[in-house]
Design a protein around this ligand. Structure first.
Ligand SMILES: [Zn+2]
Length: 249
């Protein structure tokens, strides 16, 4: 099972995670550039999830590891979460969580038993600080999740084929993780290609998430620039893609 490209009758295209669909617990998507722009996120989600725009909450991302718990939609109606957070979590069925991307790794979380959903934005900084693992800890400690019931999607982002990084990034991973060598391929002096998908997969597996519960998209934003926006490929585009998720009633 993997990520699958879908389209509605107006040719709004988006990816879904097959294991999440199979659970029948959530509406969710990762947007593309086909039928989407920075101004129609709420409108499209409202249409695709059949939910009011005021039930959508957006993150205000700062490349950190803070996570916002949305326990009450009244405060946030179709607005941005007030604090700088790179993750959102909820147990409410009337809330749509949304986070933004343009090469960083989108992480989707679903506890199929306790019905908890979450999203996290993991660029190299968020990955090296293990925002994914932090989210699993929060699900276990606050929501009593068993890691065996948590399903995870690692969505489209810049891939190991295209994500060239310098010594500062290499050294941060080397300093923090014994398995860092598995994440890098070097082709030039002091330049490496970093595999953020594998970094996040290993970190989540180390938190007790079974490999069979983790779906890696293996879809590179830069290689698939016809379908997806890429900050690097497009020299700092302002266009964004979103992850969105909502528990079904
Ligand atoms: Zn690529």
């Amino acid at each position: 099972m993997g990520f699958r490209l879908m389209s509605n009758n107006e040719n709004i295209q988006y990816y879904v995670i097959e294991s999440f669909n199979k659970s029948n617990k959530v509406d969710h998507l990762f947007s593309t550039r086909i039928g989407w722009n920075n101004n129609n996120f709420s409108k499209n989600i409202s249409k695709l999830f059949n939910v009011k725009e005021e039930n959508i909450v957006f993150s205000n991302q700062v490349h950190g590891t803070n996570i916002g718990y949305i326990k009450d939609i009244e405060k946030y109606k179709n607005e941005i979460f007030p604090k700088g957070v790179d993750g959102l979590i909820t147990d409410r069925k009337d809330i749509v969580l949304v986070t933004y991307y343009a090469d960083c790794v989108p992480l989707f979380f679903l506890d199929i038993k306790n019905e908890i959903i979450a999203l996290a934005h993991a660029g190299w900084r968020g990955t090296v600080k293990n925002i994914g693992g932090k989210m699993v800890d929060l699900m276990v400690n606050k929501f009593n999740s068993n890691p065996k019931n948590i399903f995870i999607g690692i969505g489209p982002s810049i891939g190991p084929c295209c994500y060239e990084v310098g010594e500062n990034v290499y050294n941060e991973f080397k300093k923090n993780y014994s398995f860092y060598e598995e994440l890098f391929v070097t082709k030039k002096v002091n330049k490496w290609y970093l595999n953020l998908w594998e970094a996040n997969r290993i970190l989540l597996y180390n938190k007790g998430i079974p490999n069979g519960n983790i779906t890696v998209s293996n879809i590179c934003t830069s290689c698939n620039n016809d379908k997806l926006y890429s900050y690097r490929k497009e020299n700092g585009t302002q266009n964004r893609m979103i992850s969105a998720i909502k528990l079904k009633h």
